[in-house]
Design a protein around this ligand. Sequence first.
Ligand SMILES: C[S@@+](CC[C@H](N)C(=O)[O-])C[C@H]1O[C@@H](n2cnc3c(N)ncnc32)[C@H](O)[C@@H]1O
Length: 221
Amino acid sequence: MIDKNPLKIRKMFDEISSKYNFMNNLISLGLHRVIKRCAINELEIPYGVKILDCCTGTGDIPKLIKEKKPEAKITAIDFSPKMLKIARKNVKDVEFIQSDCTFLPFYDSEFSIITIFFGLRNIEKRQSAIVEMKRVLKTDGQLLHLDFGKNKIPDCVFTFVVWLWAKIFMKNTDAYEYLLNSKEEFLSSVDLIKEFEHNGFRLKKEKKFLFGTIAMQIFTK
Ligand SMILES: C[S@@+](CC[C@H](N)C(=O)[O-])C[C@H]1O[C@@H](n2cnc3c(N)ncnc32)[C@H](O)[C@@H]1O
């Protein structure tokens, strides 16, 4: 089992923050943004609704939502101060809050839409984060989750590419070893859907990208 102690994970993201966007673009050849945009396009975003982005990192998701809906009222949270510092420069007119996703500082049913991209996999108390997201989501609201799926052949290619770029561009490759291990250890889409359903969500839509390397689900409650 990988050690996902929140202090350790926060420190790791603080340390890689300055290279995070560069490495994402390199590893995915820029495709990560295309996929994120496709996933966001699957959401129905009515005018003026409140949106929460959990594990926002450098603010990619709020930025892409704003491209589609400039008037969207977005709150975005992350526990890494250094990732948030970049996010604040990356996108304006978004409320960024430093907080842990396992304890959301919001009222019940405050948001119509919640997004969490490449986040849940890193959370030690995943169940607590799911319960908290359910609490702050409105009834009939949408939760969009996206992360790596499981598919053996593209996975080998991905592992090689991550290993190679990390060796070339990073002094310390620990974070990218963690990425590969956490991806390997993470739930399959089937088990992830079961976990959300066990916590009171209903699956509305599922979509896979790049031959299943990445999977997204939209849940309602
Ligand atoms: C892989 S990044 C994803 C960033 C962004 N969502 C994206 O798709 O590019 C994961 C982010 O989750 C944050 N994170 C991990 N565990 C967290 C927790 N328990 N509470 C808040 N943020 C967390 C990390 O600090 C990091 O910025």
